[in-house]
Design a protein around this ligand. Structure first.
Ligand SMILES: Cc1cc2nc3c(=O)[nH]c(=O)nc-3n(C[C@H](O)[C@H](O)[C@H](O)COP(=O)(O)OP(=O)(O)OC[C@H]3O[C@@H](n4cnc5c(N)ncnc54)[C@H](O)[C@@H]3O)c2cc1C
Length: 408
């Protein structure tokens, strides 16, 4: 039992036992061939349908939406989603495809939507029947998110949306989008308003973008006179920036969702870039001069990463200590930064240890571990960019958490 688990109450431990038993009683059958490595890489309808079926099954069993009120499709429990996530992960349960819905849209809707919208939108997020995407980034608004230029103009009880979003993960499967749009050009921050946009309505064009790995999980989205009912606005006109902060707080690590992002297509849930897999690789990989485990430079790099991984686990336990919750974003920001950079540096070491064979990618019979390492390395860059780049995380930590002077 981990130290984090030791802090759980008897009710939470009972819930853990229930989850474990349910997962034993409902073994995961074979997945369709070529399953992607994580939710951001799903491109085939067959894969999405398979994952949605499992998400619905888990929701019906009470393993999803655990901490949300019953009237919104939840279980009304306290701090139990983390337990269900841990158990699903332990049991090799398929990853949950509705990552934007569960991790970002649901908490934002809970905090900022009307009672009517909460009852309408939250249950199908938990069941996975309605997939969500996030329409924040634009060609000129990524790190500088408040520069959003897509416009929302009021026309009676409707809003007319025009503009261009980019890097929109899962838009091609989505029924809804959380959308940040400009309602006033005179004020950068107070000119933003937050909506939920129906992706099934007229006035939307979705165009796929291909990543360095060859997968196309994200898209450009173009709006041409999309109509949204005013009842799909979250909070007041002009408060979009504050609502977006709720979304980002959850996006940057608070959701605790299981989202494996470093596993190659043909290995399903088989491999991850963690300390154990690196040690195994150091023992077995024949780089360009014998096993890396015998090379003092690789041994040193490996030890540095093991120390960072240990520090990361110790750091995560701070979430159990209320006195350390002095700033709402501290842990989420630190976790996102630590995790994404550790995975990237680990994948880089793995590439080096496999020597010249590291250039052999998936599909090559001679590629070490089926091409896991180059795939993991290329895919790791998305994690240090999405949800705010590492530079931006450091700026926010420095300025808002540590109170250092703002950069000019
Ligand atoms: C895998 C993936 C999935 C994504 N999914 C979505 C999605 O579903 N919805 C969505 O809305 N967006 C999504 N994004 C977009 C993501 O949020 C942006 O890519 C990110 O915010 C960076 O914005 P940008 O790409 O415009 O880069 P820019 O903001 O142009 O940054 C370029 C470079 O300049 C640096 N930089 C910029 N400003 C500063 C500064 N003030 N100080 C120091 N350095 C700075 C950055 O760190 C970066 O290295 C996704 C991105 C990825 C990689």
């Amino acid at each position: 039992m981990s130290q984090a688990q030791a802090a759980f109450s008897p009710e939470q431990e009972d819930f853990r036992t229930y989850c474990r038993q349910w997962l034993l009683d409902n073994p995961v059958g074979p997945a369709p061939a070529g399953m992607p490595s994580g939710p951001l890489e799903i491109t085939q309808s067959e894969h999405m349908a398979h994952l949605q079926r499992w998400q619905k099954k888990a929701w019906e069993a009470g393993l999803i939406g655990c901490d949300y009120p019953v009237e919104y499709g939840g279980q009304g429990r306290q701090h139990c989603q983390e337990i269900a996530n841990e158990e699903m992960s332990r049991a090799g349960f398929p990853f949950l495809p509705n990552i934007v819905g569960l991790g970002m849209a649901a908490p934002t809707i809970l905090h900022h939507a009307s009672e009517e919208l909460k009852r309408e939108l939250l249950p199908p997020i938990f069941s996975g029947e309605e997939i969500w995407c996030q329409g924040f980034s634009e060609p000129g608004a990524g790190s500088d998110l408040a520069n959003v230029q897509a416009t929302a103009e009021r026309k009676g009880d409707k809003w007319i949306i025009n503009g261009h979003k980019v890097w929109t993960s899962l838009a091609h499967f989505s029924r809804w989008m959380i959308l940040l749009a400009r309602t006033d050009r005179s004020d950068k921050y107070k000119g933003l308003t937050y909506f939920v946009a129906p992706m099934f309505a007229d006035g939307i064009t979705i165009s796929p973008l291909v990543k360095i790995t060859g997968e196309s999980g994200f898209n450009e989205v173009f709006f041409e006179n999309l109509e949204i009912d005013d009842r799909y606005r979250l909070d007041e006109v002009g408060t979009g920036w504050q609502v977006a902060m709720t979304t980002l707080l959850h996006e940057r690590g608070a959701s605790g969702l299981r989202t494996p992002e470093v596993i190659p297509q043909d290995q399903g849930d088989g491999g991850t870039v963690d300390a154990r897999s690196l040690i195994e690789l150091a023992r077995t990989a024949q780089g360009d001069g014998g096993p890396a485990a015998q090379d003092p430079i690789y041994r040193d790099r490996l030890m540095q990463l093991l120390i960072r991984e240990r520090a990361k686990s110790a750091h995560e336990r701070r979430a159990q200590v209320p006195a350390l919750q002095d700033h709402p974003q501290r842990l989420a920001l630190q976790n996102k930064l630590l995790n994404s950079e550790l995975v990237q540096d680990s994948a880089a070491l793995a590439l080096d240890m496999t020597g010249s064979t590291s250039t052999l990618a998936q599909g090559d019979a001679n590629a070490p571990d089926g091409g896991l390492w180059p795939y993991a390395y290329m895919n790791s860059f998305g994690a240090t960019i999405a949800a705010g780049t590492s530079e931006i995380q450091r700026n926010i930590l420095g300025e808002r958490v540590l109170g250092l002077p703002r950069s000019k």
